[in-house]
Design a protein around this ligand. Structure first.
Ligand SMILES: CC(C)(COP(=O)(O)OP(=O)(O)OC[C@H]1O[C@@H](n2cnc3c(N)ncnc32)[C@H](O)[C@@H]1OP(=O)(O)O)[C@@H](O)C(=O)NCCC(=O)NCCS
Length: 176
């Protein structure tokens, strides 16, 4: 057993928090059509993403947002669905985590990419206020590419939140 890791704000590599979480899809995971229910996949995406964010921050986290999710291929009961999560980008207190979903027929070994999602987690202190997270060390070309793409998504998210806030303020001023 290794010693517990103390919370520190030293930069951490992407590999330190990477999560690979295989799950066997059971009959209780089915939708009425007999495939795996989309909500079950979303729950596992958030579980894998949350573990990844907690490992990076070494603190409690909350899910602040989940970006659009496209289900590219169905997952079937009996298959092994693997959720692979990595931190793509960190801000002051938030982390964007990317989760890739891969289905595997465990008998034939055939695999396919079923979808990917991007989630933002915020690290919280013991009073449940946002707290600083360690910077992210980008070690590989894939880390750097994901970080560049995540920076563009973060900018789009911030713009969207500003637009929503402005439109709410406008609505309030028109309907006092
Ligand atoms: C997420 C939450 C902690 C943010 O609190 P807040 O007071 O708005 O925090 P701030 O405005 O100081 O923002 C803190 C960080 O969160 C980010 N953030 C806040 N809302 C966000 C959103 N909707 N999407 C993405 N990032 C968001 C900010 O960009 C900021 O990031 P940075 O520090 O890296 O720059 C708060 O909205 C919350 O508790 N939401 C409920 C979470 C929840 O219940 N999740 C479901 C179950 S876990």
């Amino acid at each position: 057993m290794s010693a517990p890791e103390k919370r520190s704000l030293e930069p951490k590599p992407v590999s330190a928090s990477h999560v690979i979480m295989p799950q066997r899809m059971l009959p209780s995971d089915a939708n009425p059509a007999g495939n795996v229910h989309g909500g079950v996949i979303l729950k596992y995406i958030d579980t894998a993403g949350g573990i990844c964010a907690i490992r990076h921050a070494r603190s409690a986290v909350v899910t602040a947002s989940i970006d659009r999710m496209d289900f590219l291929k169905p997952a079937y009961i009996g298959e092994v669905v693997t959720f692979m999560a990595s931190v793509n980008l960190v801000g002051a207190t938030s982390m964007e985590v990317g989760v890739r979903v891969e289905c595997e027929n465990p008998i034939t070994g055939e695999t396919r990419h079923a979808g990917s999602a991007y989630l933002t987690y915020v690290a919280l202190d013991s009073d449940r206020r946002p707290q600083a997270v360690p910077p992210l060390l980008l070690e590989t070309e894939a880390d750097r590419r994901r970080n560049r793409e995540a920076a563009a998504r973060r900018e789009a998210r911030l713009q969207e939140r500003r637009r929503e806030r402005d439109s709410q303020l406008q609505h309030q001023s028109e309907n006092p």
